[in-house]
Design a protein around this ligand. Structure first.
Ligand code: B12
Ligand code: SF4
Length: 364
């Protein structure tokens, strides 16, 4: 095929939709003023908590063209994941607070499969073209790149947002083909709105466009390994994996995104949630249970110990006496992290019992 950069771009954008993505755009790879220095400033301010891997390969991270020899452009894709009509909202008994993106199949697998298919199609049509795909895993500033490709603008909660909201995930295919870049979004979608900053229960958004991972529930429940410091335990509330608060309050997320309609036709988007989950089952999760239940779920990222720890902490923060038996059992666990967090939660339950008794005495 010998089309010019513009028609080639149109062709590939169409193929990206056919491969199962909801939206796609092309980013040029010339270094962009501001992006690299903004990343390095965040690194210096220590905003990444223990995620030291974010500080590695910074050269590649801030110069995306270095990720593939001869790279000329990136085909960026978005996959929407807002749950379907009728699905239970997170937070109930059967579905504890699990971030929406994590309630279905693992998006890494889904997106990688689709990107691989897309990559083969492109390489067949353009023999000699080089391609390299990423979904989350490489040293790529995915939001900055997708913003250049016109898939949205960085919002004050640091998520990429467009008029259809921010319930979407990102991936990209670096290509040696020259393609006409898409137009970045010219609008400022946030304006004066500060709802996400005000709603964050832990102050993890100290200023617009800045996230302090050390205070973010998503960081503590997904990325942090081992013991949670006491301050973090009360901070995470009853979230057991991730957190959606700063997105839930965003006015753009109140309206259902157009691609979701296509998703409900079963063609696009992330497959919806697979099964119910409850806190007691999560706390007593066996190794086999972990492997079979979470093999295809992004929740495996926290590990079995992390998920059990999070369930114990959520029980303590809900302070529901119905959890006492399960927590007593977990206090005998082989896993020291599970043991100590179950102990902490039992203390919370005991304090709550005393508190209730005191208030009854006052009423008497
Ligand atoms: C590490 C990480 C986390 C960490 C830290 C997040 C952070 N702010 O860095 C933790 C675990 C906390 C996390 C949480 C979440 N994450 Co996360 N995370 C990542 C990961 C792997 C790396 C992010 C990174 O490089 N951070 C370093 C910072 C400095 O980079 P940055 O924020 O991208 O900033 C650059 C640009 O945004 C730009 N920029 C910054 N400010 C501004 C301001 C303006 C005005 C402009 C124009 C540009 C601009 O310059 C910066 C420097 O280059 C990415 C995947 C990837 N490879 O990019 C997913 C990713 C960002 N996460 C994602 C998601 C979905 C989430 C959660 C919603 C999950 C959840 N429900 O719990 C939360 C949201 C928390 C929040 N409010 O942001 C999605 C975001 C999709 C989207 N629509 O934006 C990504 C892209 C994964 C994916 N492949 O889809 N995440
Ligand atoms: S994900 Fe939750 S804790 Fe993290 S910044 Fe958003 S609201 Fe705050």
């Amino acid at each position: 095929m010998s089309e010019g950069p513009a028609s080639r771009a149109d062709l590939l954008l169409g193929w990206a939709l056919e491969a199962g993505f909801d939206r796609a755009g092309i980013a040029a790879l010339e270094p962009q003023a501001g992006t690299g220095s903004s990343f390095l400033r965040r690194l210096e301010r220590g905003l990444f908590a223990s995620m030291s891997w974010l500080g590695r390969r910074t050269g590649r991270r801030v110069v995306p063209a270095s990720l593939l020899d001869g790279a000329r452009s990136a085909l960026c894709v978005a996959l929407h994941y807002h749950p379907l009509e009728g699905e239970p909202e997170p937070g109930g008994d059967l579905w504890p607070r699990v971030a929406r993106y994590a309630r279905g199949d693992d998006y890494h697998d889904v997106m990688e499969r689709r990107l691989r298919r897309l990559s083969s199609r492109i390489r067949e049509a353009f023999p000699g073209a080089g391609a390299r795909l990423y979904v989350d895993t490489g040293p790529v500033l995915e939001r900055a790149l997708a913003a250049r490709a016109g898939l949205g603008a960085v919002a004050k909660n640091t998520q990429l947002l467009d008029r259809s909201g921010s319930w979407f995930l990102l991936g990209e295919l670096f290509l040696t083909l020259e393609l006409e870049p898409s137009e970045p979004l010219a609008e400022d979608l946030c304006g004066d709105c500060r709802r996400c900053l005000e709603a964050c229960p832990t102050g993890a958004l100290p200023e617009p466009y800045v996230l302090d991972a050390e205070r973010c529930i998503s960081y503590w429940t997904i990325e942090h390994r081992g013991e949670m410091p006491e301050e973090a335990r009360s901070m995470v509330g009853d979230w057991v994996f991730g957190c959606d608060i700063c997105q839930e309050v965003c006015p753009w997320n109140r309206h259902r995104a157009a691609p979701v309609e296509r998703q409900s036709a079963g063609v696009f988007g992330l497959p919806p949630s697979r099964a119910e989950l409850d806190l007691t089952a999560l706390l007593s999760l066996s190794e086999d249970g972990y492997r079979s239940r979470f093999r295809h779920s992004p929740m495996k990222r926290a590990g079995r110990s992390g998920l059990r720890r999070n369930a114990a902490v959520a029980m303590g923060n809900r302070a529901d006496q119905a959890y006492a038996v399960a927590l007593e059992r977990a206090r005998e666990s082989d896993d020291p992290v599970v043991r100590s967090h179950a102990g902490w939660s039992l203390e919370r339950l005991a304090e709550d019992r005393v508190g209730v008794r005191k208030s009854l005495e006052i009423r008497d």
